[in-house]
Design a protein around this ligand. Structure first.
Ligand SMILES: Nc1ncnc2c1ncn2[C@@H]1O[C@H](COP(=O)(O)OP(=O)(O)O)[C@@H](O)[C@H]1O
Ligand SMILES: [Mg+2]
Length: 445
C-alpha cells in the first residue's frame, strides 16, 4: 500500500509534458540556463521507470567519472520524493518493483562492449548535447534500435553549427519533437536565478542571449574583445591620472616568451616594458627599481610558472605589501561567472575598454593582435572561459604576454586608501627600506 505513495507529488512543468504523454523517436529540448531541462528529464524518467520495466541510459560525450553524470541529480530526486522503490548502487540505479535500470556512460572513446550494452535501451538521455560529436551520434543513433525506443536530448546551444543541432533539430522530421525552454518558462525557477539573469541582461545583451535565452554564439561573436574598442583606446589623449599606479608583471615561462611589465593608473595605461631572456634575479631587480622610482601601489604577478621564483625574491626583499601572486588557473573571485582567474581578469579588461569615460592604451600593434586574438567560450555552468593558450599561440605565433600583463593589473581592485605602509615612512630613504628588508632576510638563516 505504500507503493507509489509519492507518485502524485512529482510535478512536471508544462513544456515537458510530452516527455510522458507523447511517443516520439527523438525528444529534443534546448534553451538557456535554468529552463528546468535536467530536473524535468530526471523526474520524468523516474516516473516512467516506476510504471514499467525500462532500461534507461544516461549519456554524455565525456564521462570520466560517474560524478560527471546525472547520477547525482537522480539520487537527489529519489531522496527528495522518498522513492524507496529505487535502489542506488555505485554506478547504476534500479527499481526493485519494476526492474527498471539506469546506466551511465560517456560516448567518446566507447568500445564495442559499451555499444553492445546499449542495444536493449528503451530511453537514452543525452545530457549537455552541445558537446556531442558527429561521430558519437552516428554510432549511437542506430544502436538505440529497440522497438518503441526513444532518444531524449537536452542541450544548451553553444555554436550555430553544434553537430546535434544541425543533424537532429534544425530540420526535424515528424518523429522528432523539438522544443525550446528558457528560465522564463520554468515555473520552478528560483528567484535568485532570475536575479542573476537580470544582472546578466544589464551587463551584456550578447551574453544574456547566449547563456539565458539559449541562442548560439554567432560566428564572429566569439571574440572576447572587439577591435573597435581597442582602436578607440589607442586614439585617446589622457595626460595624467591621479589613480593609484598598478603594475602587472607577466614573467616569461619559456625561452620564447617575453617578460612584460604593464603600468596602469585607472583609465590610463601608461606603458609596457618587455624583456627577453632574463633570469629571476634580473626580473626581481627590475621590479625593485620600479618600486623605488614609481612607487606602485600593487604589483600583480603571475606565479604559475617562472614568476614564483621572482615573487619569492621580492617577498624576501620586504615588498610583501606591494606584490601579489596570482595563478591564472586558480578559481575566480566570482566563481559563478568565471571559469578561472584568467578569464575573470581578461573580462575586466573588456569592461574597462568599454567603460565611460573612454580609457587609453598605448598604440601598439602587438598589443592589438593579442587583445583581439582571444576567443571566448562558456563551460557547462555558463561561465566565461578563454580558449586554450595553445590555440592562441598557434594563431599569434607567440604568447599574449602584453595582454596578460594588462589583465594582471585587474587582478584585484586597488584603492587609494590601501597605499603600502613602506611609502609612508618618510624619514627613511628607499635604501634604508631595502637594507632593513635585506637584514631581516639574513636573520632568518
Ligand atoms: N521540478 C522542479 N522542482 C523544483 N525545482 C525545479 C524543478 N525543475 C527545475 N527546478 C529549479 O530550476 C533550476 C534549473 O533547472 P535545471 O533543470 O537545472 O535547468 P537546465 O537543465 O535547463 O539548466 C534548478 O536548479 C531548480 O532550482
Ligand atoms: Mg541542465
Amino acid at each position: 500500500m505504500t507503493k507509489n505513495k509519492n507518485y502524485h507529488i512529482i510535478k512536471i512543468a508544462e513544456p515537458f509534458a510530452p516527455l510522458l504523454t507523447e511517443h516520439k523517436r527523438i525528444k529534443f529540448y534546448y534553451g538557456g540556463r535554468a529552463g528546468g531541462k535536467s530536473y524535468a528529464f530526471a523526474d520524468s524518467l523516474l516516473i516512467k521507470g516506476r510504471q514499467q520495466k525500462l532500461l534507461i541510459a544516461c549519456l554524455r560525450e565525456i564521462q570520466d567519472s560517474i560524478k560527471d553524470s546525472v547520477y547525482k541529480l537522480l539520487c537527489d530526486r529519489i531522496a527528495l520524493y522518498e522513492l524507496n522503490d529505487y535502489q542506488i548502487f555505485e554506478n547504476r540505479i534500479e527499481n526493485s518493483v519494476t526492474g527498471s535500470k539506469f546506466i551511465f556512460k560517456g560516448l567518446r572513446d566507447q568500445d564495442v562492449q559499451h555499444i553492445k550494452s546499449l542495444e536493449g535501451v528503451d530511453i537514452a538521455w543525452i545530457e549537455e548535447a552541445q558537446t556531442i560529436s558527429k561521430r558519437s551520434w552516428e554510432i549511437l543513433e542506430p544502436t538505440i534500435r529497440k522497438d518503441g525506443s526513444e532518444i531524449w536530448i537536452s542541450m544548451n546551444r553553444e555554436l550555430e553549427n553544434d553537430p546535434l543541432w544541425v543533424m537532429v533539430a534544425s530540420h526535424p522530421d515528424d518523429r522528432t519533437l523539438v522544443r525550446k525552454v528558457n528560465y522564463s518558462d520554468n515555473p520552478f525557477c528560483p528567484e535568485e536565478i532570475k536575479i542573476q539573469a537580470e544582472k546578466c541582461h544589464q551587463r551584456s545583451l550578447d551574453d544574456y542571449h547566449h547563456i539565458w535565452l539559449g541562442e548560439p554564439i554567432k560566428q564572429g561573436h566569439t571574440k572576447l574583445i572587439s577591435s573597435e574598442l581597442v582602436r578607440k583606446s589607442f586614439l585617446q589623449n589622457i595626460l595624467t591620472s591621479s589613480s593609484p599606479l598598478v603594475i602587472g608583471l607577466d614573467v616569461a615561462r619559456f625561452g620564447d616568451d617575453s617578460t612584460v611589465f604593464c603600468f596602469r593608473q585607472g583609465r590610463l595605461c601608461l606603458k609596457f616594458l618587455s624583456y627577453e631572456k632574463l633570469d629571476n634575479v634580473a626580473v626581481a631587480n627590475l621590479a625593485t627599481g620600479f618600486i623605488k622610482d614609481y612607487r606602485p601601489q600593487r604589483i600583480f604577478m603571475d606565479i604559475g610558472g617562472q614568476g614564483a621564483g621572482v615573487y619569492d625574491i621580492l617577498k624576501d626583499r620586504g615588498f610583501g605589501e606591494i606584490i601579489r601572486g596570482i595563478y591564472f588557473g586558480e578559481k575566480a573571485i566570482n566563481e559563478e561567472r568565471y571559469f578561472n582567474r584568467r578569464a575573470e581578469m581578461w573580462d575586466s579588461v573588456q569592461s574597462w575598454l568599454a567603460s565611460q569615460p573612454q580609457v587609453q592604451l598605448p598604440a601598439d600593434e602587438n598589443l592589438f593582435d593579442e587583445l583581439t586574438g582571444i576567443n571566448k567560450k562558456y563551460d557547462r555552468r555558463g561561465r566565461l572561459q578563454l580558449e586554450e593558450k595553445e590555440e592562441v599561440k598557434k594563431r599569434l605565433g607567440r604568447s599574449p604576454d602584453k595582454a596578460d600583463a594588462l589583465a594582471l593589473t585587474f587582478a584585484e581592485p586597488v584603492y587609494e586608501s590601501s597605499e603600502p605602509q613602506i611609502y609612508h615612512r618618510d624619514q627613511l630613504t628607499f635604501e634604508d627600506i631595502f637594507n632593513s628588508a635585506h637584514e631581516k632576510g639574513q636573520t632568518t638563516w
